[in-house]
Design a protein around this ligand. Structure first.
Ligand SMILES: CC(C)(COP(=O)(O)OP(=O)(O)OC[C@H]1O[C@@H](n2cnc3c(N)ncnc32)[C@H](O)[C@@H]1OP(=O)(O)O)[C@@H](O)C(=O)NCCC(=O)NCCS
Length: 174
């Protein structure tokens, strides 16, 4: 299955082995990982296992996280896409939209542009009734992306895997 999507500035596609190096560099950056779980950075081995898991999810479920690259130069900049938020059992079953970009690409509207396309893929192409998004309450950039996507507040709760407070938003059809 090739779920590639092109937006104005971005290509959303499945993962390739040459993404590992760039994704590993991102996931070594404390600033990037600050609001992910307990905020720990990841080793290259962990990143390789994650990419394998992302690709397995595409094969098994027909959705997953897209690698995102810039159309202008083909550079990998991060991910957006769909996954199951199993870390938060109280909202399961659910499908979550998420995003993570390399620091140097923040603040140019890329996350919103990519996530809009991934949301449309989930709601229209896959026919999902609703999509949620979960973020740690201090993650102002993620809150802003969620607001720009037009998602609505569902609840504030605690991520049991790390004890941090999170908010859950959902698309308006929920
Ligand atoms: C969250 C993330 C993907 C956003 O990427 P991005 O491409 O910079 O997002 P966008 O440019 O589309 O939108 C970000 C918005 O947040 C705003 N913002 C960012 N940091 C902010 C801050 N500290 N205070 C207030 N607003 C902030 C931006 O101004 C922008 O809003 P605007 O368009 O109204 O000006 C990026 O910051 C990231 O990768 N963070 C680390 C990983 C992460 O936390 N992922 C999410 C886990 S839930």
């Amino acid at each position: 299955m090739d779920p590639s999507i092109t937006t104005g500035r971005l290509l959303l596609r499945r993962w390739r082995s040459d993404d590992i190096e760039f994704f590993a560099a991102m996931c070594r950056d404390r600033e990037v990982m600050r609001f992910i779980g307990g905020g720990n950075t990841r080793t290259r081995e962990e990143v390789e296992r994650s990419i394998d898991a992302f690709e397995r999810e595409w094969d098994e479920k027909g959705f997953g996280l897209f690698a995102v690259e810039l159309l202008k130069n083909g550079n990998f900049i991060g991910f957006t896409g769909l996954s199951e938020p199993t870390f938060l059992p109280e909202i399961m079953p659910a499908v979550e939209i998420g995003w993570r970009l390399a620091h140097k690409h923040w603040g140019q509207g890329y996350a919103t542009e990519a996530a809009q396309a991934a949301l449309q893929f989930g709601l229209q192409d896959l026919g999902l009734p609703t999509i949620v998004s979960v973020f740690q309450i201090e993650n102002v950039a993620s809150r802003r992306v969620i607001e720009k996507l037009g998602m609505r507040f569902d609840r504030r709760t605690v991520d049991p895997t790390c004890g941090r407070e999170v908010e859950v938003f959902h698309t308006s059809t929920a």
